[in-house]
Ligand binder design. Structure first.
Ligand code: ATP
Ligand code: MG
Ligand code: MG
Ligand code: MG
Length: 575
């Protein structure tokens, strides 16, 4: 691709309205442009990366035995009425009427449509199991679209749906999908975690989420430092990893009315040892911030939170005695706003502060507190929730992983971006929509289902969150919009350079590389900056002096390392 014939659309300045780095860089690198809230146009560079992500997803889905279909984005309301989701889904479901006053929705997901298809097309057990997927646009009228394509209203999802006669068969496909997701996110070059998850409004029982670890992530995930246990924060709180642990209600009793004025009293109320409380908190502080000063403050904050959680209704707008001044993590105004009014909405400084200890009677104080930017690093934040949500929150049970049977493990909390989610749906949709087949005995049997989503467009933002520096994006090779940037210096003043560049461009392209040939009449500095910003993994620079030696300069974007290559050897070296 010649940049003179391409739409680069790079921007030097940081766009003012972008909060997270991936959003900034996607705008600056000319990948997307905002049309309206949560709606984005993909520019050529954005499309190239999007297609690469799609290709990896598609290849692995095909390999895992899934078959591609394509369903309409517009869906008739009758299907949603059949499953009851027409009434139960909130405003995220965009409903509208056609010219005949018939009700429709813009598909936020496709369980209804696929189940309708299967009940018509599949009649015999011999046709099962079946796993169908699509890569398609979804629409969700998100309450708070933000972070660019990370939480958009219109976005690209890979969604798969599997159909079975038995739970065993469902489990097999579920496991195959789990493995396929692991391969996909590995090939995408992402640092990710699979965690036990709540299946939310989609329904069903068994569920895992795949999270890309990033400090800007909207979700909190908890994982054991000493076992394989990993769960999203809701599940870590609601579902102890071992049934041998005391039930949540048992420890809820114990902590029903803590009225502590010191850390010791607080620990006594919670039937914990102070050392546990402090120790684990310090683990988080240590883990997520290098800053020693944060340690003490985080202890104080958590003490405040535990008390406030129980007495929110009558707590006055005053600091808890435990919160010794100076309190640097939260301003007085923030605490007042938090405790003084049950309806105040916590803005982007809202914090969820968990108290986690390392034995079976552990406690999670699910609460939110104002805090400064730094403390964002501490734990997960749910910026969508307001105080009213937290008022209803219980102190819940959190315990450490199964493989720490003596209770010596520690749960760590990190922030993650949900990029994939797999569910065992059971018969929730097939029952409601009467999707069955004739089984071996000739009897009609309702199907068992699984569903498997990947946020294809969100992956791009997540990948950038993990792969960037002060100069721009650093693409993993597998999803870079171009593999090689060919940068001739002052080509328009030198036929020699032009000839060498043209020849190299032809050779590299013929060898199958995707090359962006920067043939613009720009200063070298501008070209270098643009190609770094775009995150092209390999740069080849052609200059007069090096050409005298029949050489070009090679630069590796990620490591920054440079070397000279003989021009005749470039194609071989790149392969
Ligand atoms: P979230 O918790 O972020 O709202 P979700 O749990 O509602 O996501 P799912 O119903 O599990 O999403 O959809 C499957 C995948 O689609 C998610 O794992 C995520 O990667 C992606 N996704 C969901 N909502 C959005 C969105 N608004 N913008 C971009 N991608 C999204
Ligand atoms: Mg959602
Ligand atoms: Mg989710
Ligand atoms: Mg989900």
């Amino acid at each position: 691709m010649r940049s003179s014939q391409y739409l680069l659309s790079t921007m030097k300045e940081n766009p003012a309205d972008a909060e997270v780095i991936s959003h900034k860089l996607m705008l600056r690198a000319g990948m997307v442009r905002r049309l309206a809230s949560g709606l984005y146009t993909y520019l050529p560079t954005g499309v190239r990366t999007l297609r690469k992500v799609e290709r990896i997803v598609r290849e692995e889905m095909n390999k895992a035995g899934a078959i591609e279909v394509l369903m309409p984005m517009v869906q008739n309301a009758e299907l949603w009425q059949e499953t009851g989701r027409w009434e139960h889904m909130d405003a995220e479901l965009l409903r509208f009427k056609d010219r005949h006053q018939r009700d429709f929705v813009l598909g936020p997901t496709h369980e209804e449509v696929i189940t309708d298809l299967i009940r018509r097309e599949v009649t015999s057990y011999k046709q099962l199991p079946l796993n169908l997927y699509q890569i398609q646009t979804k629409f969700r009228d998100e309450r708070r679209p933000r972070f660019g394509v990370m939480r958009a209203r219109e976005f690209l999802m890979k969604d798969a749906y599997s159909f079975h006669l038995t739970q065993d068969s469902l489990q097999q496909t579920y496991d195959a999908m789990y493995q396929a997701y692991t391969r996909i996110f590995t090939r995408l070059g992402l640092d990710f975690r699979a965690v036990i998850a709540d299946s939310g409004s989609i329904g069903g029982s068994v569920s895992h989420e795949f999270h890309v670890l990033a400090s800007s992530g909207e979700d909190a995930i908890a994982f054991s430092t000493s076992s394989d246990y990993a769960a999203n924060i809701e599940m870590a709180a609601a579902l102890p990893p071992s049934s041998k642990r005391p039930a949540a209600s048992a420890s809820l009793q114990k902590v029903a009315t803590p009225d502590a004025n010191t850390l010791e009293e607080l620990a006594a109320c919670l039937s914990l040892e102070t050392s546990h409380l402090v120790k684990t908190v310090l683990v988080h502080a240590h883990h997520d911030t290098e800053d020693n000063a944060t340690k003490d403050n985080s202890v104080q904050l958590i003490a405040l939170v535990v008390r406030a959680d129980h007495q929110l209704n009558h707590v006055k707008a005053e600091k808890h005695p435990l919160v010794a001044s100076p309190l640097t993590l939260a301003t007085d105004e923030q605490i007042k706003a938090l405790l003084g009014s049950a309806t105040a909405t916590i803005g982007p400084v809202g914090l969820k502060v968990p108290v986690i200890v390392d034995h079976s009677a552990a406690v999670l104080a699910d609460f939110s507190c104002g805090a400064n930017e730094d403390s964002h690093q501490l734990v997960g934040v749910n910026w969508d929730r307001d105080i009213t949500d937290y008022q209803q929150a219980d102190i819940r049970n959190v315990v450490s992983g199964d493989a720490s049977p003596c209770g010596s493990g520690t749960l760590e909390i990190k922030r993650g971006i949900e990029v994939g989610h797999i569910f065992q749906l059971g018969d929730k949709y097939s029952q409601a929509m009467k999707a069955g087949v004739l089984n071996e005995a000739g009897k009609n049997q309702i199907l068992t289902m699984g569903c498997y989503g990947i946020g294809v467009s969100r992956i791009i933002a997540a990948a950038i969150e993990q792969n960037h520096d002060e100069y721009g994006i650093i693409w993993p090779d597998t999803i870079a919009p171009f593999q090689i940037a060919l940068i001739p210096m002052n080509m328009h003043k030198s036929t020699r350079i032009q000839q060498a560049a043209e020849q190299l461009y032809n050779e590299l392209t013929a060898a199958g590389f995707e090359v962006i040939f920067d043939d613009r009449k720009e200063r070298p500095g501008v070209m270098f900056a643009d190609m770094e910003l775009l995150g092209i993994p390999h740069h080849i620079v052609i200059g007069e002096r090096n050409l005298d030696q029949q050489q070009v300069e090679y630069k590796h974007r990620r490591s920054g390392s440079k070397e000279m290559l003989d021009i005749a050897q470039v194609v071989a070296e790149m392969t």
